[in-house]
Design a protein around this ligand. Structure first.
Ligand code: ADP
Length: 583
């Protein structure tokens, strides 16, 4: 699915690329970072210089200038630290919003492939947490990398000005300090990625527990689910503890290296004083500020210790952003009115990714405009696969599907989804009012049109029975509505879209006989103006169809009306007999 794995430099380039739209603020952030660090060092340096003068008894009135400079540095430090924090977070939070929007549209493009191949917990971690982690990078890292490098160069210049030997010791120290995170980078990356995946796995199990709570209770799966949950949480904790241990070791190593470096520079400075190459005031400045000078360097290395997680998150985000959709949207837009709603399946074969055999093979049939067709067959026979191919969730492996004579691949996805609307078994209700849930079919529809669609879908009466009528909040996943009610709301949505082809995946278990009859009545009425393809799971539904297409083992084995097919000795008659037996 991902285009290719990126290395750290490529990831950095990609992350830095997102700053393009925020050049001015980023420059302000970096400038403020450099200024605030410089003012910190300046304040400490001036203080040390004045203390050294005082100790030598040479602090007199002419030193007032130093007091003013000190006050100015302290003020400068405060102002620029504030600006740095403000600008870095301003940029970071705007970029996070950009990322979230880009990620969601990338995610939509690669659906449903990504849904079938990833756990929902992993996806939610990427869509929410991984993006959040990038805030560290944009808010706390980008600016400080540049600011620290500038400060290091400034200090080197200052030390070289005092004495070249001091800058030489500083260069060697910096080389050692910066090498530590690079040496440990491999482990950091591995642990970071493992950590994100363990978090994703743990989220998946939690979501499974939430979504399947009814089954967990009904099947007495509680204890086993708890054990599974505990095992995943333990693995997550282990990987987090390992990550923190490594961070701790690395931190200790860095602090030790910085301490040794500061002592080495101090000893060099003392030797220079003893040899008359450095005055006492400047020794005081070096001795005091060198400890502070290592602070931004250590802070940067501290951030580098988190690069494992930052790059792991950036990799996961980038995997989704660069994933290639299986269905290429290269067809053209055609007005819906210009496409006649007849359908041709022409020698269609399709195999799911990684599947050993075709899900459907050499399937051919025609559906005329205005027909109500039922796909019939045992479970696994290929009915849903054909409706998914018709909606172009995947492209056929062989053959072609045409609507109104146009090959689906020659039409834009927008056109295909405007011509075909689907009512699926598991209807998703958004947590807004019923009115808004129906209006999703056509956001421009007026309240009157929504109500008219609900009437056609036989939903108006039960909606009016609710205390708040159309303003009733549907509840998460429509928990407050029965299966039949949800399906009728979904039908109302589909009616509002005005799509001339409607796919209806019949719910198996949710409908009582009354609801079922009402929905059948609705579909029959809708078929007067539309072409309807119905995946029939119950034989009782088939009664309303104009024609049946019978599937067996991924192939179409019979087509005809119920009367024609029942009179023949074939798959359909066996299917009816076996269902009657089950009932
Ligand atoms: P039906 O709708 O008639 O129950 P499907 O179209 O769902 O049948 O399934 C047809 C065949 O394709 C079955 O063998 C099923 O196991 C297989 N199949 C369905 N979905 C997938 C998938 N995502 N990956 C691999 N095989 C699949």
């Amino acid at each position: 699915m991902p285009a290719k794995k990126m290395n750290r430099m490529e990831l950095l380039a990609e992350l830095a690329g997102t700053l393009k739209g925020y050049r001015l603020k980023t420059a302000g952030n970096i400038g403020s970072g450099i200024a605030s660090e410089a003012f910190t060092l300046l304040s400490a340096g001036i203080s040390a210089y004045m203390v050294a003068l005082a100790l030598q008894g040479t602090l007199d009135e002419s030193s007032n200038k130093l007091f003013i400079l000190l006050a100015f540095s302290i003020l400068g430090f405060a102002v620029f630290r504030y600006l740095e924090s403000l600008l870095s977070h301003d940029v970071a939070f705007h970029i996070l919003v950009d990322y979230r929007v880009k990620l969601y549209s990338a995610f939509e493009k690669i659906c449903p492939d990504i849904l079938l191949n990833s756990k929902s917990g992993q996806l939610s971690v990427t869509l929410m947490n991984d993006v959040e982690i990038l805030e560290w990078f944009f808010g706390h890292t980008v600016g400080s990398i540049v600011a620290t490098l500038a400060i290091v160069l400034g200090i080197l210049g200052f030390l070289a000005w005092l004495h070249p030997l001091l800058s030489l010791v500083m260069i060697i120290s910096m080389a050692v300090i910066f090498t530590i995170p690079f040496l440990l980078k491999g482990t950091a990356d591995k642990q970071g990625l493992l950590n994100r995946y363990k978090l994703g796995d743990a989220n998946s199990v939690t979501l499974e527990g939430l979504n399947g709570v009814k089954e967990i209770l009904a099947l007495n799966y509680k204890e086993r689910y708890k054990q599974k949950n505990d095992a995943f949480m333990e693995q997550l904790t282990d990987s987090q503890v390992d990550y923190t241990k490594r961070q701790g070791k690395e931190g200790g190593l860095l602090l030790t290296a910085a301490g040794v470096a500061a002592i080495a520079i101090n000893i060099t400075a003392i030797l220079l004083v003893l040899h008359g190459k450095l005055s006492l005031e400047w020794f005081a400045v070096v001795g005091t500020t060198i400890w502070l000078a290592f602070n931004p360097v250590l802070a940067l290395c501290d951030k580098a210790r988190s690069f494992g997680i930052i790059f792991a998150s950036a990799t996961r985000v980038s995997d989704i952003l660069h994933a290639q959709p299986l269905v290429k949207d290269t067809g053209r837009d055609i007005p819906v009115a210009a496409i006649k709603p007849y359908i041709d399946f022409d020698h269609v074969s399709f195999r799911y990714k990684n599947a050993g055999q075709n899900a459907v093979s050499d399937v051919s049939f025609q559906i005329r405009a205005g027909e109500l067709i039922a796909f019939v067959g045992e479970s696994g026979a290929g009915k849903t696969t054909c409706t998914n191919l018709l909606m172009r969730l995947w492209d056929v492996s062989e053959g072609s599907i045409r609507i109104g004579g146009h090959d689906l691949r020659a039409l834009s996805l927008h056109t295909v989804h405007s011509v075909i609307s689907a009512v699926l078994q598991d209807v998703y209700m958004f947590n807004v009012s019923i009115m808004e849930n129906i209006r999703l079919g056509n956001p421009a529809a007026a309240d009157g049109q929504v109500i008219e669609a609900a009437k056609q879908a036989q939903a108006h009466t039960f909606i009016c029975d609710f205390e708040d009528g159309y303003n009733t909040i549907a509840g998460e996943r429509g928990a407050q509505l029965s299966g039949g009610q949800r399906q009728r709301i979904a039908i109302a949505r589909a009616i509002l879209t005005n799509a001339p082809i409607l796919i209806f995946d019949e719910a198996v278990s949710n409908l009582d006989t009354k609801s079922e009859m009402e929905i059948q009545h609705t579909l029959r009425a809708l078929a007067q103006k539309r072409t309807i393809v119905m995946v029939a799971h119950r034989l009782s539904t088939i009664a309303i169809a104009d024609k049946l297409i019978v599937f067996e083992n991924g192939q179409v084995v019979q087509t005809g009306t119920h009367e024609e097919l029942i009179s023949k000795d074939g798959c359909y008659r066996k299917l009816v007999a076996s269902q009657l037996q089950k009932n």
